[in-house]
Unconditional design. Structure first.
Length: 276
């Protein structure tokens, strides 16, 4: 049986660096001035804005060829870090869709969805046109087939690999994108020469492994970038990537050391669904 798409209203949710591109990036029509307005917006959580130095949102979204007239689906937006930029940018001419794990699947999924809902409903000026779609993790459907221009996911692939649903998730990306559509992936980059098994549960993944996941789903690799690289990240922490900010799971122990390293070293990959 084909899995059903679960579209949740916000009310329902409450109730329950330098580029190394393999080919030229598509031209983004978002100007530097538009990005400056977004990045300096007073609706942004200050702690989130402080992460810009590590996450390079202007360069990253430009690398993915973002345009304000696109339909963009962000997969599991977390606390809405990128929602603060994407929702205001897309609200007039495009569509921003936040895809969340079906809240009925776990307490954690419900808490995450509720928290995101609260963020959106508290500021209808910037988030009033956000669409929320809930998906089943083992058989995800993110929207009508061929309905999205761009799918974006930030620091999530390692979670799907650990859960064993990575193949189904990438298939879901492929299905929802239009021919010629873009998949943008950012995730924690493992040490060269290591395998996914070597990095099990530490939050890192080999770049070639992530590329293979996308290719197996039918995507073509269109570009790689070191925009989000961090050579200070040694990737050898007993508590995994969460040792680094923003998680800082070790608390005050060696906090200054980990703050000096900054956020993780990350791959930034752009894939294309072949036009037919």
């Amino acid at each position: 049986m084909k899995p059903a798409l679960i579209v949740l209203s916000l009310t329902a949710l409450l109730g329950t660096g330098s580029a190394m591109a393999t080919e030229a990036a598509p031209a983004s029509t978002v100007s530097h001035e538009q990005f400056a307005t977004l990045l300096g917006g007073n609706w942004r959580v200050p702690q989130n804005a402080a992460r810009d130095q590590y996450r390079h949102p202007e360069q990253t979204l430009a690398f993915f060829g973002l345009r304000p007239d696109q339909t963009v689906i962000e997969i599991t937006p977390g606390n809405g870090w990128y929602s603060e930029l994407l929702a205001p940018l897309l609200k007039d001419k495009g569509r921003y869709v936040a895809a969340v794990v079906d809240p009925s699947t776990s307490d954690y999924a419900k808490k995450s969805a509720d928290s995101l809902k609260q963020k959106y409903t508290a500021d209808p000026t910037h988030y009033g046109k956000v669409e929320v779609v809930a998906y089943a993790p083992q058989a995800p459907v993110f929207g009508k087939p061929g309905s999205a221009d761009t799918v974006l996911t930030f620091r999530n692939v390692h979670n799907w690999v650990d859960a064993g649903n990575e193949a189904a998730t990438f298939k879901g990306f492929y299905d929802v994108l239009k021919p010629g559509g873009t998949l943008g992936v950012v995730d924690h980059r493992a040490k060269p020469g290591t395998t996914a098994k070597d990095n099990e549960k530490n939050g890192y993944l080999p770049t070639d492994y992530v590329i293979k996941l996308a290719q197996n789903a039918g995507f073509t690799l269109a570009g790689e970038s070191d925009i989000n690289a961090n050579p200070k990240d040694t990737k050898d922490y007993p508590d995994g990537v969460w040792t680094l900010p923003p998680a800082l799971v070790k608390g005050e122990q060696d906090k200054a050391k980990f703050l000096a390293i900054g956020e993780s070293d990350r791959m930034t990959l752009r894939f294309i669904k072949s036009a037919k």
